[in-house]
Ligand binder design. Structure first.
Ligand code: DAH
Length: 358
């Protein structure tokens, strides 16, 4: 009987090693340990033995039983564990309803990449109000009331409701209740945050401001009423145009995933002196000219310059001690270039045929 018990134990262990599925395991458990199982039969047989034999074999049989029970338990855990690890999929289940996941808007994707590039160069990422005061939007940026830049910005001016019939702010073609001019505008650029940041943090300073801007202009493939800009400002001792070009090159090469070549042309912006229009060598033809660069070989990218002393002063920074560079770039424009988008109006269209491509 002792031999029989040994034999059965080895047989069970052998079988357990081979088991791969829980169905087979359950069948084995019934076969050996079940109510009518083989081990159970042997254990019942012990009752007929002599007292002496009962003592020895009974103890042994119980040990074998507990050992086997433990082994079955472990085998069960292993099988269930590996099924979970393989991500058990029941192909007979109905497929269910597919949930469409959204994704970030292409402008947001480019903005996030820009933020990463600038934070890696030690720039802060700041925000500013979209409804801005005339003072921050123009006055503090060296754009006085009579300055022609106020017109060229084509700004949305906000009026105060008075309930009284007043002259239309956009000419005689329309009439009605228009209210009086307030000192608030929908910001036409992100530059006002330069002043807010200088006042808040002082010098030295490195920051970028991505954000929405608004212009009241005729819409076409290159002009939108609502678009995104990225403003940049770096103030410190001895900041020069070399710092500006180094930072811009790093940023543009990073975002367009290729080495870019810059070209600086003189440009006029009241808040910088000197001011530049900055172009990059056409990323499609690399110079000789193609339809993308209108055969000029260069693509206009952004406005920039060294911060005007009046602007530093408006920000509470001493222009005798500090200098700085600033730039303003259209994020939509950059995204159009990066992805080859031909019309700026796609961005605000909400058209899924467009959005799903990103
Ligand atoms: N604010 C300008 C615009 O919206 C862009 C710009 C030009 C920003 C030159 C700057 C700058 O900071 O230095 O057209």
């Amino acid at each position: 009987m002792k031999k029989q018990l040994e034999k059965l134990k080895n047989e069970i262990i052998d079988n357990l090693d081979k088991v791969k599925s829980s169905d087979v395991l359950r069948a084995l458990e019934i076969k050996y340990l079940g109510r009518k199982g083989e081990l159970t039969k042997i254990l019942r047989g012990i009752a007929d033995l002599s007292v002496e034999e009962k003592k020895i074999l009974g103890k042994m049989a119980n040990e074998v039983k507990t050992e086997l029970q433990a082994k079955f338990k472990r085998a069960k855990e292993m099988i269930e564990g590996s099924a979970a690890a393989e991500g058990f999929i029941d192909v007979t289940l109905p497929a269910g309803e597919k949930i469409n996941r959204g994704h970030l808007h292409p402008i947001t994707q480019v903005q996030n990449e820009l933020e990463d590039l600038f934070t890696s160069m030690g720039f802060m990422v700041l925000d500013g109000p979209e409804l801005e005061s005339d003072y921050y939007a123009f006055e503090a940026l060296n754009i006085p009331a009579h300055h022609p830049a106020r017109d060229t910005q084509d700004t949305f001016y906000i009026t105060k409701e008075t309930g009284k019939e007043t002259k239309s702010p956009i000419g005689d073609l329309v009439s009605g209740v228009f209210g009086e001019a307030s000192d608030l505008v929908m910001r036409p650029h992100t530059s006002p945050v330069q002043i807010r940041a200088m006042r808040k943090y002082g010098a030295p300073l490195r920051l970028v401001v991505p954000g929405k801007v608004f212009r009241s202009e005729a819409l076409d493939a290159n002009h939108e009423h609502t678009f995104y800009q990225l403003e940049g400002l770096m103030v410190g001792e001895d900041i020069s145009i070399s710092n500006l070009t180094a930072v811009l090159k790093e940023m543009l090469s990073g975002i367009l995933k290729q080495e870019v070549e810059l070209r600086l042309r003189p440009g006029y912006f009241p808040f910088v002196e000197p001011g530049f229009e900055i172009d990059i060598k056409c990323t499609i033809c690399n110079g000789p000219g193609c339809p993308s660069c209108k055969y000029g070989g260069w693509l206009e990218m952004l406005g920039a310059g060294l911060v005007h002393p009046n602007v530093l002063r408006a920000g509470g920074i001493d222009p005798e001690k500090y200098s700085g560079f600033a730039f303003g770039m259209g994020i939509n424009r950059l995204a159009m270039m990066k992805y080859g988008i031909d019309d700026i109006r796609w961005f605000n269209s909400g058209d899924l045929r467009f959005l799903n491509q990103f």
